[in-house]
Design a protein. Structure first.
Length: 505
């Protein structure tokens, strides 16, 4: 808090020094301007006439107006008005001077003043602007009103212009540091305004807390008085609770034994269920293999039936060929009989061909009979394989459902085993906790006696707390002389010291 007050005082002093410096400059110029105007040598310095006198009086009035604006708190407008007035006075001085170049040194010293004033009052960029305007104004007036040639005038103005530029540059450099410091102080001032608001809110909270502490202290005192009266009742209740805890421990031992048996049985059931599930998986795999084989056999029977139909078509073709051959042999026999002696050998060959045709027809009929029997056998086999395929599908589906049921049973048995283990563990923990509670209840009697003895001390402490709350409500943290002594030692140098008090607060 002391550091905050010191920073606030520093900021207020800086603002007062800034405003006082500007007022001092304005007042000095106001006092010097009439003397400078009225005491000049008309023959060597300035050609005075009504226009020059009016210009000087106007500049003097501008200085008075700037002084009034500064007194009213308008520092920035007052600063710009002061700079304008000074530049105007210099311009009038050079315009009405007999030989402007001979007055360069005097004018240069006068122009340094607005450059420095702009850096102190108008910010870091103002000196460069004022220096540039002063150089341009100086060059224009000298070139217009001087009797020398332009090269001689430029040579005479190099050093004054360079001096004005360097003064503006140095003023800009130092004004930057001043603006940076002023911005930091302003930011600290804003931060301190926020802290002051928080302190006020904290003060209100402390008042409410103090009232609440008083109320709680009264309630706690009454509670401790009732606690002293209820000590004997607690002793009898402790005895009853101790007895109940002993019975509870015996019950916990019986439950722990039963939960252990349940866990053992659950593990055995889980093993049996897992073996059954493995057997079902093996059966399911065998059924899937059987289904694949039956499916392959059914496909083979279909292919065999197709080939049997193709054989039957071939036999039909052979029968037709035998019939045609027999017919041709008969025709040949008839022709041979008509030829008598010449056709005897041909008739013998035709008879042999007819006999072979009859044998081919008989063989084709025998093959057709066999093929028909094979087709009937294929039909029966196909029907049996399809029936076996349907049975295999049903058996596979049933095996899958049984496997899923076994998996569900395994999950249920496993959950039962886990729950049995958890119950057993919980019973063991409850048993241990019951023993600890029993030991604790055995000590409660002694603790209750001690509590009865310390009740008076607590009541006295509540009285002291009430007194402290009253003192807390009477402390004003917004004034440093009312703060309680700081027992935390010196401030921590590593913490930033960037807070300032609000001068208006």
């Amino acid at each position: 808090m002391k550091q905050l007050l010191a920073l606030s005082s520093k900021l207020q002093n800086e603002e007062r020094r800034h405003s006082a410096l500007l007022r001092l400059i304005l007042l000095s110029l106001i006092l010097i301007t009439p003397f400078f105007t009225l005491t000049g040598n008309p023959s060597n310095a300035v050609n005075f006439n009504e226009k020059a006198l009016a210009a000087y009086i106007g500049g003097y009035l501008l200085l008075l107006l700037a002084f009034g604006l500064n007194r009213a708190g308008l520092v920035v407008p007052a600063g710009w008005l002061l700079i304008t007035a000074l530049l105007g006075i210099v311009a009038v001085y050079l315009i009405f001077a007999a030989e402007p170049i001979s007055r360069i040194q005097t004018v240069g010293l006068i122009l340094i003043l607005p450059i420095i004033i702009s850096g102190m009052t108008l910010g870091a960029q103002a000196p460069l602007v004022v220096a540039l305007v002063a150089d341009i104004l100086l060059c224009l007036i000298i070139l217009i009103h001087s009797e020398r040639s332009a090269p001689n005038v430029v040579g005479s103005l190099v050093i004054p212009i360079a001096i004005l530029f360097l003064v503006g540059l140095f003023t800009w450099y130092f004004a930057q540091g001043f603006d940076r410091l002023f911005r930091q102080l302003t930011e600290r001032n804003q931060e301190l305004e926020r802290i002051n608001t928080q302190i006020k809110a904290q003060r209100k909270l402390e008042l409410r807390v103090g009232d609440r502490i008083n109320l709680l202290a009264a309630q706690v005192s009454a509670s401790f008085s009732e606690q002293t009266r209820g000590t004997h009742e607690q002793l009898s209740a402790v005895v009853e609770v101790t007895t109940a805890l002993e019975e509870l421990n015996q019950t916990n031992e019986q439950i722990a034994l039963a939960s252990g048996q349940v866990a053992s049985t659950a593990h055995e059931t889980l093993d049996v269920a897992r073996r059954g599930g493995q057997t079902i998986r093996y059966s399911t795999d065998a059924m899937n293999l059987l289904h694949a084989k039956v499916n392959e056999m059914s496909n083979a029977m279909e292919n065999l039936s197709i080939q049997a139909r193709e054989i039957d078509q071939i036999i039909e073709l052979i029968t037709e060929v035998a019939e045609e051959t027999n017919l041709l042999a008969l025709n040949a026999t008839i022709e041979a009989a008509g030829a008598r002696e010449y056709g005897r050998r041909f008739a013998a060959v035709a008879g042999e061909v007819q006999r072979l045709a009859n044998r081919s027809r008989d063989a084709a009929d025998a093959v057709r009979l066999v093929v028909n029997e094979v087709q009937e056998a294929i039909k029966e086999t196909t029907f049996a394989s399809q029936q076996g395929l349907r049975d295999a599908l049903e058996l596979t589906s049933s095996s899958r459902e049984i496997g899923e049921a076994i998996e569900g049973i395994i999950d249920m048995v496993q959950n039962t085993a886990t729950l049995a283990q958890q119950i057993s563990l919980s019973i063991q923990q409850q048993k241990s906790a019951g023993i600890q509670v029993l030991d604790t209840m055995r000590h409660i009697s002694n603790i209750t006696d001690q509590a009865a003895g310390s009740s008076q001390e607590l009541i006295h402490s509540m009285y002291e707390l009430n007194k402290t709350a009253d003192q807390l409500k009477s402390v004003d943290f917004t004034h440093p002389e009312n703060q309680p002594p700081d027992n935390s030692g010196s401030s921590n140098p590593s913490q930033p010291r960037n807070l300032t008090l609000n001068p208006k607060s």
